[in-house]
Design a protein around this ligand. Structure first.
Ligand code: GH3
Ligand code: MG
Ligand code: MG
Ligand code: MG
Length: 298
């Protein structure tokens, strides 16, 4: 596990780095608060940090405060290190968002034990994050997570002037599959459908489970024509993609509702989704196993 060490005193930072490595951690060392903030951003940032209170530029307490304000990052466990041992300092540190507090010169065994406790919290946070954002059956994003992502993609599309397409894919006559083959096989069909849809998408597209047998796909940069073409392609792939249970082939098809917002429009997610829903309704009514475009309001 990677731990950030932010400590302006070079001798101390080196000693801390060596100690962490001897305990099996990977140490990333920086020497001031701004570097610390930078290092804690992004998907591969350390999830645990040892922050010296007194550093040039931003001090450790300010780093804690800012990291907590940035809320949307995965949780980081922050341990403040200080030469100031008073109760007031400890309270101020915890109030700024630190998880724990250690006074220098610190006892090595105590630091080690506190890091183990921190690691436990990070692991728990990570499990919670997975539970809160992933669909348990298919492993895709869950409804809340994919809707969140759609909102962010719409905001980004607006800023950068690019289109955003959505597809609402619904398994055809899924109730029949459940009724004739049983729920467990129904579940297996959902898992295989999810995997095949995921494989057919580009790396920057996103797919989540929207409801029971419905999947929502978000397509950055795709206007109506490109989204409709992809919707058709997904129908073909699911129809042709082999799906089986106990070596018995199961015929599965999907219908897809398509909607897209072109660059300059301020159309909201709810309006885009109801257009895709209207498209889906039409695809079902026209005979299923097809994609249909829903009209978005001007
Ligand atoms: P249509 O072609 O019009 O979409 O028909 P349909 O049968 O697919 O649609 P309907 O909404 O009537 O049925 C969907 C079924 O999906 C009903 C529900 O019991 C089932 N379902 C929802 N979630 C799950 C799940 O997680 N596992 C299984 N096995 N079935 C599920
Ligand atoms: Mg210092
Ligand atoms: Mg449905
Ligand atoms: Mg269905």
């Amino acid at each position: 596990m990677k731990i950030l060490v932010a400590e302006d005193h070079v001798h101390t930072s080196r000693a801390l780095g060596n100690l962490l490595q001897s305990w099996g951690y990977e140490a990333a060392i920086v020497h001031d608060g701004r570097e610390a903030l930078e290092a804690m951003r992004g998907p591969h940032a350390p999830r645990l940090a040892l922050l010296d209170w007194q550093m040039p530029g931003l001090d450790g307490i300010e780093v804690c405060r800012r990291l907590r304000q940035e809320g949307d990052q995965p949780y980081a466990y922050l341990l403040l290190l200080t030469g100031l041992g008073g109760r007031q300092e400890m309270l101020a540190g915890l109030e700024a968002g630190a998880d724990d507090f250690l006074t220098k010169p610190f006892d090595e065994a105590e630091l080690k034990a506190r890091l183990t406790a921190g690691q436990r919290v990070v692991a728990l946070q990570e499990r919670l994050r997975v539970l809160a954002t992933r669909d348990g059956l298919t492993g895709l994003w869950n409804r809340a997570a994919v809707l969140d992502l759609l909102d962010r993609e719409l905001a980004r599309g607006r800023r950068q002037g690019h289109a955003v397409g959505v597809l609402l894919a619904d398994v055809d006559h899924f109730k029949r599959i459940n009724d004739t083959l049983g729920h467990l096989i129904g579940d297996e069909v959902l898992r295989q459908t999810a995997r095949q849809l995921l494989e057919a998408l580009r790396p920057y597209d996103t797919i989540g489970r929207y409801g029971g047998e419905e999947f929502l796909v978000v397509l950055p940069g795709c206007g109506a024509a490109a989204s409709a073409a992809l919707g058709e392609r997904l129908c073909e792939q699911i129809e042709e993609g082999p799906m089986e249970s106990n070596r018995l082939p199961i015929g599965v098809t999907i219908s897809v509702g398509v909607a897209a917002r072109e660059g300059a429009s301020a159309l909201k997610a709810t309006a885009l989704l109801s257009a895709a829903d209207a498209g889906l309704y039409r695809a079902k009514a026209d005979g299923r196993n097809r994609a249909a475009l829903g009209l978005v309001p001007e």
